[in-house]
Design a protein around this ligand. Structure first.
Ligand SMILES: [Zn+2]
Length: 192
C-alpha cells in the first residue's frame, strides 16, 4: 500500500488535466511506500503524445539527483492514460518496473490514480491512501528545496505519525479522502 499527501496528489492530478489529451507523467520518490516527492516531467515522445509518454536519459538523470538530494527512495514512474482505464498496457509492462502508477482519465473529471505491483507478467493492485499534509515536509518542485509546511506543531507531527502507523498496520484511521472535483485545465499551462 502507498500513502500520498494531499499536496502531492494534487500536483499529479492538476498535471494530468493540464496536459490532457496528451499523456504526461513523472517520477515518484518516498520513504517506506510513503510518497514524499513528485517530479513532473514534460512528455518527450517525438510522435503522437496522446498515445505514449516519453522520457529522455536527461529526465532520468534529473530524477536521480532529485531523489539523492532529498534522500528519497525511488518508487516509480507515473503516467496518464488520457482516454483509457488506469490499467498497465503491454508496453507499460515492458519497462521492468516494480511499481507502475497510472492515472486514468477515461472519465476526465473523475480521474483515478492506481498503483500496480508488477511480478513478471502479472500485476497486482496496491491501495493508495491520500492523507492531509499538515506536518509533512514537502518539496517545492519549483525551487527543488524542501520546505516545512507552515505552523507545524509537535502534535501535528505526532498525529501524522500515528496516522501513518495505523495505515501500515491495516487499521482504518481518519484520513482525508480527496473527492473528485471539476478541474479547470485552462488556468494551468506549466506542463502543456
Ligand atoms: Zn501506460
Amino acid at each position: 500500500m502507498f500513502v500520498i499527501t494531499e499536496r502531492q496528489y494534487n500536483i499529479i492530478m492538476h498535471q494530468a488535466q493540464a496536459c490532457w489529451p496528451q499523456e504526461t507523467g513523472g517520477f515518484l520518490g518516498g520513504r517506506e511506500n510513503i510518497i514524499l516527492g513528485v517530479l513532473p516531467v514534460a512528455n518527450k515522445f517525438l510522435y503522437d503524445r496522446t498515445q505514449t509518454f516519453g522520457l529522455t536519459s536527461d529526465d532520468v538523470d534529473r530524477a536521480y539527483h532529485f531523489l539523492v538530494k532529498h534522500k528519497l527512495e525511488y518508487l516509480g514512474v507515473y503516467h496518464t492514460h488520457p482516454t483509457g482505464v488506469p490499467y498497465p498496457s503491454e508496453q507499460d509492462l515492458t519497462h521492468h518496473q516494480k511499481y507502475l502508477f497510472i492515472i486514468g482519465l477515461q472519465d476526465r473529471y473523475n480521474p483515478e490514480l492506481y498503483a500496480w505491483r508488477v511480478e513478471g507478467s502479472k500485476v497486482y493492485r496496491e491501495d493508495i491512501k491520500v492523507i492531509s499534509d499538515s506536518g509533512v515536509t514537502v518539496v517545492d518542485i519549483k525551487t527543488g528545496k524542501p520546505k516545512l509546511s507552515q505552523n507545524t506543531s509537535k502534535e501535528e507531527m505526532e498525529k501524522l505519525t500515528n496516522m501513518i502507523n495505523s495505515l501500515i498496520t491495516g487499521k482504518e484511521p481518519q484520513y482525508l479522502r480527496i473527492m473528485p472535483s471539476k478541474w479547470d485545465a485552462s488556468s494551468f499551462s506549466t506542463f502543456a
